[in-house]
Design a protein. Structure first.
Length: 430
């Protein structure tokens, strides 16, 4: 869940990761960061989508995004069905009672989640998810869309942009190890539809009931949310509970049974979902420091770690990195896409400033804040993706190139663009 960029002064030069850089910021690389909501349009050259068109109203845009997300989640439900034996004992579903058994989500985060490489589908596997489950999925996603406030940035279109980016990164996971007896984080995630479903769902619900200001503002305000969640990951924990309570509604029993059917599956899905959701708080220092330490442990020489334990840790970190990178995907996409989302986030921060919730005028810090964000968050993330070795290099390279060129463009043009955004905000809010 992206927040207002912290300003830490003028950023210095950085060294970006490279997998054979291509110069320029054109769409010739085959990826322009389009936010078109169909897989076939993702690589189109216009850098936009039908539901993002100025000619469409909010309802039309959300309807298009709902349709896209339902299709993608339905595909994953069908993949889950293909891995499950029809003789699996059905969970005694407890509906809304289930949501009362969990602690605040931040306390549930685990360093490492157990993963196993998926074996061949059982002979008595379900062919697809039930029609009732798929119908409930559509209703659920529509309800999730309606629970998103109409903020300039943290709205359903941003959540959908993130979910689409997650799906795209899953498709870029290396296929070289398919059929190999040696498991890797990429092969494990490719064969784990429940993990993919949890990650896409987390991306889709991350901005549910978003308060329109960063967590540090909520903590300063001592809002009612802090009574439930403390002063860390406040918005993310609230979104977890809101989305989870909805999923536990009695109207979604068939949908739940399509996701999990045993107590163990239920607990694993919850863990995957929570870890992904908490990973979207990019600015929680304790989580960031912990994750950096775990990354060193996972990819460094750790003789105390068994091979299976290290593989689980690597796969957990890879899953979290996928949703984190997707949450800031606009910084690694075409300049026009980056500008659009940056201007929306600026407008949201400026509105909060006018409302007296953010003290400092964001126009005073936005230029340096964006440079700092690239240097301290975006580039380390692109390096992580590259260093993981989990992705097809030719597919990942445009992410790295666009991040580099966007920072260069912002350094050259950012001050003028901040002035333009400020004028536009004042005009729109008159």
């Amino acid at each position: 869940m992206t927040a207002v960029r912290p300003s830490k002064g003028t950023a210095g030069s950085v060294t970006e990761p490279s997998i054979g850089k291509t110069e320029g910021n054109s769409s010739e690389s085959g990826f322009d960061g389009s936010v078109a909501f169909s897989s076939s349009d993702f690589n189109s050259s216009h850098g936009g989508s039908d539901f993002e068109s100025e000619d469409n109203d909010e309802g039309d845009r959300n309807s298009s995004a709902v349709t896209y997300n339902v299709e993608q989640l339905a595909n994953l439900l069908n993949m889950i069905a293909e891995t499950r034996s029809s003789s699996t004992a059905e969970l005694a579903d407890r509906g809304t009672e289930y949501s009362t058994t969990y602690r605040p989500a931040l306390r549930e985060v685990q360093d490492s989640i157990a993963f196993t490489s998926q074996t061949a589908a059982p002979e008595d596997a379900f062919a697809t998810a039930s029609l009732d489950a798929l119908a409930q999925l559509h209703t659920f996603v529509s309800s999730i869309a309606s629970l998103h406030p109409e903020h300039p940035y943290h709205d359903f279109s941003h959540s959908s942009h993130t979910s689409q980016s997650v799906i795209k990164l899953f498709s870029y996971l290396n296929k070289e190890t398919e059929g190999s007896a040696v498991a890797t984080p990429s092969s494990i995630l490719r064969s784990d539809p429940m993990a993919q479903f949890a990650c896409v769902l987390a991306a889709l619900v991350q901005d549910v009931a978003h308060p329109g200001v960063p967590n540090f503002v909520l903590a300063q305000e001592q809002s009612s949310l802090t009574q439930d969640y403390g002063d860390r990951c406040i918005a993310e924990q609230s979104s977890v509970d809101t989305a989870w309570d909805l999923l536990m509604n009695k109207n979604y029993k068939e949908l739940r049974l399509a996701i999990y059917r045993t107590e163990a599956e239920k607990e694993r899905f919850r863990q995957l979902f929570v870890n992904c959701m908490m990973a979207t708080d990019l600015f929680d220092e304790q989580l960031a420091e912990k994750r950096a330490s775990l990354w060193e442990k996972a990819y460094g020489d750790s003789p105390e770690e068994s091979p299976d334990s290290k593989l689980d840790l690597q796969t957990t970190l890879l899953l979290e990195s996928i949703i984190q990178a997707s949450d800031m995907a606009h910084t690694m996409q075409h300049w026009d896409v980056y500008r659009k989302w940056s201007s929306r986030l600026f407008e949201e921060a400026y509105r909060a400033h006018l409302d007296g919730r953010i003290v400092k005028d964001p126009a005073e810090t936005w230029y340096n804040g964006e440079l700092t964000f690239f240097d301290t968050v975006v580039f380390p993330m692109t390096k992580r993706l590259a260093d993981s070795g989990a992705f097809d290099e030719s597919a990942l390279q445009p992410y790295l190139d666009f991040a580099r060129t966007n920072r260069m463009e912002w350094e050259d043009e950012g001050k003028a663009l901040v002035a333009e955004m400020l004028v536009a905000c004042r005009r729109d809010l008159e």
